[in-house]
Design a protein around this ligand. Structure first.
Ligand code: ATP
Length: 353
């Protein structure tokens, strides 16, 4: 477990953060600009002096007057804009912390990391010649090569254009799993949270307001993740090979969702996103319609979502949540109610990783 409790006062800003959670996978710190995400991350790294405590398992990193100095915490930190040594080659940037690891410390495999980050062909180039996306890959590689116990990523994609983001996202996915390092990932992009995170810590005005699994955060209609793009659900499963007709089966809880144009090889650990506005409900399976996917669902709860709309929170066979947005008129006509079994007609499914 990781236990965090920090208070810090600045003129016009107060940080009051507390959470305790398992220490594995990717945890997103999500909240609007200025709510204190970077400050919290810097407190964890020991770069800001805050009151409070930080425990990693049974090891005390900070409590009372006791505080491990930054370099003894063994946390990797990647900033919004990669701060590489411009005069050094990519190889020397990567090797900087790695070659200084003390004897007896676990030493990540240099060549494996380089291969995994796809940096082989860049090793002898100067860091100043790299694109933004390449720089961030080197910065992440450099941090991971110091065998950190935690990797702190502060909006690593925010300074990149769409193309560079597309290029780097696949490397960030599965980072925690492959490198065996838990990640804290600061972002204000719901898309990045949905794509990368296992857990989300929500922040507003300096306070951590809740800590939820991604599934929990996506299952509640008032989720802060939905403010801009509307309600959506994330389903975890695996992709099978695409069929000749262009459809790709996404398998989850012994059911199949059909995807069209899924440009990714099949495999475990896939995630799809379904917008609530792309889901309709029917009382029985419907024949003769173009919708590819129809899945049985049990209604857990109905929420009035304003403007004559009702957000229906459903449970799929196997327990994963699915949100559907229907008109209040339809909800009334179909007599939708808690515990009712019906069918979700899913118009479009987007593969997020
Ligand atoms: N070095 C500093 N000195 C004084 N105030 C600061 C400093 N850095 C940040 N602040 C203030 O502290 C508050 C929290 O800032 P912080 O950068 O942690 O927020 P954030 O959620 O990471 O924002 P963003 O998403 O825009 O990066 C803000 O009011 C900010 O103006």
């Amino acid at each position: 477990m990781i236990k965090v409790k920090f208070q810090l006062e600045r003129k016009g800003f107060r940080l009051d953060a507390a959470f305790e959670q398992p220490i594995h996978g990717v945890t997103a710190l999500f909240g609007p600009s200025g709510c204190g995400k970077t400050t919290l991350l810097r407190c964890m790294a020991g770069l800001e002096k805050a009151q409070g405590e930080l425990w990693l398992g049974d090891q005390c990193i900070q409590q009372g007057r006791q505080s491990l100095p930054v370099h003894h915490r063994r946390f990797g930190y990647v900033f919004q804009e990669a701060s590489l040594f411009a005069h050094l080659s990519v190889r020397n940037n990567l090797a900087y912390g790695w070659s200084r690891l003390s004897k007896g410390m676990p030493r990540p495999d240099f060549d494996e990391m380089v291969g995994w980050l796809g940096l082989e062909h860049l090793l002898e180039q100067s860091a100043s010649s790299l694109s933004g996306g390449q720089r961030q890959r080197v910065a992440i590689g450099r941090a991971l090569l110091t065998a950190p116990r935690l990797l702190l990523l502060d909006e690593p994609l925010s300074a990149l254009d769409t193309q560079a983001r597309r290029e780097i996202l696949p490397w960030i996915e599965g980072l925690a799993e492959r490198a065996g390092v838990p990640v804290f990932y600061v972002t204000h992009s719901p898309e990045e949270v949905e794509r990368l995170a296992d857990r989300v810590i929500f922040m507003t005005q300096g306070r951590t307001t809740s800590m939820e699994t991604l599934q929990q955060a996506m299952a509640r209609p008032d989720s802060p993740l939905f403010v801009e793009q509307g309600a959506a659900s994330i389903l975890d499963g695996r992709l099978d090979a695409a069929l000749a007709d262009g459809r790709t089966p996404f398998l989850f809880d012994e059911q199949t969702l059909w995807l069209v144009n899924a440009r990714r090889p099949g495999g475990e650990g896939a995630r799809v996103r379904v917008l609530a506005s792309d889901v309709s409900l029917a009382l029985a399976p419907v024949e003769g319609i173009s919708v590819l996917n129809q899945l049985p669902v049990t209604i857990r709860m109905l929420h009035q979502s304003g403007e004559g709309k009702v957000l229906v929170e459903g449970k799929l066979t196997g327990g994963q949540s699915l949100l559907a947005e229907v008109s209040a008129w339809s909800a009334d006509k179909l007599r939708l109610h808690q515990g009712m079994n019906c069918y979700a007609l899913i118009k479009a499914v987007a593969l997020v990783n």
